[in-house]
Design a binder for this molecule. Structure first.
Ligand code: NAD
Length: 429
């Protein structure tokens, strides 16, 4: 008899991790091998994992790689990247080589200001009340700063208050922005605490009701600007450089292309974000909002050719990251990533991430206007197929190379080749 299963499991979150895993294994019919795989936590202590999020039953390792060749602001970096997509690390390293001349890629991130929002509704005479908020600006800033003495002691804290009146379909609202210098933190917890703390005061000043009290991930006061140049020889000649500029122009004129253009930038940015345990959703949300700031979705980077025939690129985007707080200090691998990177401040981390974003973008555009994106991908894809087909050691390359040579990069063929070579080598398949 078929018994319908229920996902309603009261108290699931209170059970020991082992027990939760047992329930899920039974639910899904996981084999003992699959259960063992889930239990492999790698460099992450299961207790830490269990404390990081809720309902943990295991861990999922991703490859941790290092991009080479990066020279940023006159300094060399080995850049840790965590990502499931092949070719990204190779492409970043490759483009970084093209952009190494002189001081390499230049990246500047200055202010580390985040915006805490408080939305007030049911306010009478909202424009007048908005001004009243400004009258109490110092009081609001003081109250916000009382919430985070550590941040204030280090030289950060609330700096300013901005107000706007907006019309919503539920009536007018006052939007209050608390501008906070979060120094080396990503800042969401810090800012959210402040936003919640000042809300009652804002209600008192306006006679309205505070609805939302939370950070905005549209981090327009936390921008990274990056610029770099590559000689025409470095990118494969003047013709290639011209086509990269064409690709840049197309992204400016076509939002469908701009989205993919920016996805390429984020391939680099987010891989570093994952390696350093950042809130990558925040970075992505902010990046896309910034790309659409003029009302049309635009590329975050541009490419041109200067008078000397050099290919010159620029990138501007918000990057909200931290080297303290959040998961950064909790995840041991993230700590190792920061050590490899050798960065001590959120600002420098954002600069590196922006530089990787621009390099990634160059690599993608160059591949697109020359051999196409698939060739590089297919090489790694062929290797993955060979591994999936059971190849180990030298056989991985032998099988992958043959599939590429013959233009038959398929799983069934990989299997056929693995079996053939195994037979020839007299190994067991
Ligand atoms: P946090 O609160 O863990 O750490 C920040 C605190 O560290 C500061 O408030 C300060 O008191 C202290 N600190 C010590 N040294 C510091 C220094 N040099 N610079 C700055 N602060 C220093 O973390 P957070 O960065 O405020 O918040 C990040 C977390 O919030 C992330 O895990 C994120 O996922 C989460 N979050 C994000 C959102 C969002 O983005 N919308 C919403 C809620 C939570």
């Amino acid at each position: 008899m078929f018994v319908e299963r229920s996902s309603r499991i009261p108290g699931f979150y209170k059970l020991p991790m082992e027990e939760r895993l047992r329930i899920v294994a039974e639910w899904a019919g996981l084999t003992p091998e699959e259960v063992e795989l889930l239990k492999k936590f790698g460099g992450l202590d299961p207790k830490i994992a269990d404390a990081m999020i809720e309902n943990v039953i295991g861990a999922m390792p991703y490859p941790f790689a290092v991009a080479t060749n990066f020279r940023i602001n006159g300094r060399d970096y080995l850049v840790p990247m965590v990502i499931e997509e092949s070719s990204v690390v190779a492409a970043a390293s490759n483009a970084a080589k093209m952009l190494r001349e002189g001081d390499g890629i230049i990246a500047r991130c200055e202010r580390q200001y985040m915006i805490g929002q408080i939305h007030l509704m049911k306010v009478d005479a909202p424009r007048y009340k908005a001004m009243k908020i400004l009258e109490h600006k110092n009081e609001i800033i003081d109250l916000a700063n009382q919430q985070d003495p550590t941040l204030v002691k280090l030289g950060g804290g609330a700096r300013d208050v901005e107000v706007r009146v907006i019309e919503t379909r539920r009536g007018p609202a006052i939007v209050v922005h608390l501008i906070v210098d979060v120094l080396d933190a990503m800042g969401a917890n810090a800012v959210n605490t402040m936003a919640e703390a000042v809300a009652p005061l804002l209600e008192k000043i306006t006679g309205g009701e505070a609805r939302l009290k939370i950070i905005s991930n549209y981090a327009i006061y936390r921008l990274v600007r990056v610029w770099a140049r590559a000689s025409p020889e470095a990118v494969g000649g003047r013709d290639v450089a011209e086509k990269i500029v064409d690709a840049s122009a197309l992204a400016e004129a076509d939002p469908f292309r701009a989205v993919t253009h920016n996805k390429g930038i984020l391939n680099g940015v987010i891989a570093v974000a994952l390696a350093t345990a950042q809130d990558h959703r925040a970075i992505e949300a902010g990046a896309h909002a910034y790309a659409a700031r003029d009302g049309t979705y635009k590329p975050l980077s541009t490419w041109d050719i200067d008078r000397e025939g050099y290919l010159v690129g620029t990138l501007e985007m918000p990057i909200q990251v931290g080297v303290v707080g959040g998961a950064v200090k909790v995840h041991p691998i993230a700590r190792i990533a920061l050590k490899i990177l050798g960065v001590k401040t959120a600002r420098e981390l954002a600069e590196v991430m922006g530089a990787v974003g621009l390099a990634q973008n160059l690599a993608a555009l160059r591949a697109l206007v020359t051999e196409g994106i698939q060739r590089g991908h297919m090489r790694l894809h062929a290797k993955n197929l060979a591994i999936m087909a059971g190849a180990t050691g030298e056989l991985i390359d032998i099988v992958a190379e043959q599939m590429i040579r013959e233009g038959r990069i398929r799983f069934d063929y990989a299997k056929e080749l693995v079996e053939k070579y195994r037979r020839e080598l007299g190994q067991q398949s």
